[in-house]
Design a protein around this ligand. Structure first.
Ligand SMILES: Cc1cc2nc3c(=O)[nH]c(=O)nc-3n(C[C@H](O)[C@H](O)[C@H](O)COP(=O)(O)O)c2cc1C
Length: 509
């Protein structure tokens, strides 16, 4: 025994000595030359910093992008566990600025059962007469996240979850993979890389697009102009995540960083964009929309003016806030390019509202809208549906380690490492994804009832105030400079929605 212990001690001593020699002789890290051996602890602590802060150091409301309270609500909802809180709010209303308050009715409506359907108020594609127009069954859907940035099991879990929750899964710009084919309905996103519909030179091919759309449960097509986390830049999948399978789907070399250009080659101006939408919609019969972050206002004004003049154009617009997530983005883009949702969405909406076109467009919002308060405000601002990205990742096990860009996501959600993805069971996680979507839908519906409305799309901005430092409150309509009839659906859409709701067996009139 003593010999064994002595041998182990000698081996340990030799390793430490070897490490010390290495540290003293290397030139890359001053800290290791100055503090041999001990200096490694700094790197280790830096690496596990997010987890340390998350589990030990920070308050319930401190972390970003999602604080502990928010994550706990998502985790417990996804597991169908108790998602209530006890003792009272720990938010500091005395210090907070623009703190959102929802004004309850004195006589609220009785809530619908938690799993009651909450369909979209608008029929996607109806205003432009698309052959395959449809009313989305859920106001909460899964945001664009490609196979490539997410692992195969994660995409599969979300697809199965979408089928269970009767919602839509957006493929992200990386194309349609085998993992997207497990029964969930899809919004197929086409980015500047045209993955799944590119010819041999990387240019858009309509024939391939038609074939691709017909090959899976595609219900709508989204043309990606930009996303909030890296507005003005194309997509990027680091080489470490470009496996042979991903390379084959995208038609790019394996192991090399896959970059999509910042702009489309199939069109270069607003009229070209509208032509592209009409060509795709005409060839597939599907509703076609676009996704964009909000920067220069001229684009939105031009788009709406040309849509009004031509009577054509996108069936839906997804506005992504600058606080949105990404698998990999330059820090300055994530932090400083593209307006945050509450500033962004009203600008895009206003362009449509001033031309009287809001009823012809289905508005979708994203950017931390997978939390009930944010989601409800988005709907009052005019969103017909909200997309959830990182919240859905949390629901399937993400711990906000913020390593999506390294290929070393510890939970197997945003990595292609066979070892790490092996821990993610798509069957179990699909149940969690669905439970989270259903819980969010139900909470939005319950909040609508609290405001006296039968559906979240009918809640309006007059039901909100923004409180500064616990004292001064501003009505949300005034704060967002919305005119009296902005934010909600017009009379015909409202009537259509109420008649759909009336057909639900559990509907409370
Ligand atoms: C891992 C990851 C991958 C993403 N991939 C795409 C993509 O392919 N296309 C896109 O338009 N947006 C992409 N996004 C952005 C999301 O679709 C969404 O717009 C954004 O994260 C805001 O929603 P959230 O706050 O609910 O996450 C991605 C986000 C994440 C976190």
């Amino acid at each position: 025994m003593r010999t064994w212990a002595a041998r182990a001690a000698t081996a340990l001593g030799a390793s430490v000595a070897a490490l010390a020699v290495h540290d003293l002789t290397q030139r890359r890290h001053a800290i290791l030359r100055n503090f041999p051996v001990l200096g490694h602890f700094r790197f280790w602590l830096e690496a596990i910093g997010p987890e340390l802060r998350q589990y030990i150091v920070t308050d319930n409301d401190q972390e970003r992008p999602f604080n502990r309270d928010q994550r706990r609500w998502i985790y417990t909802s996804s597991k169908n566990e108790n998602n209530l809180s006890g003792f009272g709010s720990d938010d500091n209303l005395e210090l907070a600025s623009s703190y959102l308050i929802i004004k309850h009715a004195a006589f609220p409506r009785s809530p619908a059962p938690p799993d009651a359907p909450v369909p979209s108020a608008k029929v996607l594609g109806a205003a432009h007469g698309r052959a395959r127009a449809f009313r989305p069954a859920s106001i909460v859907n899964l945001s664009a996240m490609s196979f490539g940035s997410l692992s195969g099991p994660a995409v599969e879990a979300l697809n199965r979850g979408a089928a269970k929750a009767d919602c839509l899964q957006n493929t992200g710009e990386g194309g349609i993979s085998s993992h997207h084919r497990h029964g969930g309905d899809l919004v197929w996103q086409i980015g500047t890389g045209y993955f799944g519909c590119r010819d041999d030179d990387g240019r858009f091919s309509l024939d391939r697009a038609v074939d691709q759309a017909a090959s899976a449960r595609v219900r709508a097509i989204e043309i990606k102009l930009s996303q909030g986390a890296k507005a003005g830049l194309g997509g990027v999948v680091p080489g470490v995540k470009v496996t042979p399978e991903i390379a084959a789907i995208r038609g790019v070399p394996a192991g090399e960083t896959c970059i999509s250009p910042p702009r489309h080659s199939a069109f270069g101006d607003v009229d070209g964009l509208i032509d592209f939408v009409e060509t795709l919609a005409g060839a597939t019969g599907l509703p076609v929309g676009l996704k964009s972050a909000v920067g220069e206002q001229r684009f939105w004004d031009d788009l709406v003016a040309r849509m009004a003049a031509r009577g054509e154009g996108p069936d839906f617009v997804t506005v992504d806030g600058g606080e949105g997530g990404s698998g990999a983005a330059p820090l300055v883009f994530a932090d400083h390019v593209g307006l945050p949702f509450r500033a962004a969405f009203p600008r895009a909406y206003r362009a449509f509202a001033t031309q009287g076109l809001t009823d012809d467009i289905c508005f979708i919002g994203s950017g931390k809208l997978g939390l009930p308060d944010n989601g409800l405000l988005a709907m009052a601002l005019g969103c017909d549906m909200v997309n959830v990205g990182r919240e859905a990742m949390l629901a399937i096990g993400c711990i906000q380690a913020q390593r999506c860009h390294t290929g070393r996501c510890p939970t197997g959600v945003a990595t292609q490492s066979p070892w790490l993805t092996g821990g993610l069971d798509p069957d179990l996680k699909s149940v969690r994804a669905a439970a989270y979507v259903v819980a969010l839908r139900s909470e939005l519906s319950r909040l609508a009832g609290v405001c006296g409305q039968p559906h979240p799309a009918l809640v309006d901005l007059d039901d909100f105030e923004l409180v500064d430092h616990g004292r001064h409150a501003t009505g949300a309509r005034e704060a967002f400079a919305y005119e009296a009839d902005w934010g909600g659906p017009g009379a015909a859409i409202r009537a259509g929605l109420l008649s759909v709701l009336a057909e639900e067996p559990d509907h409370v009139p």
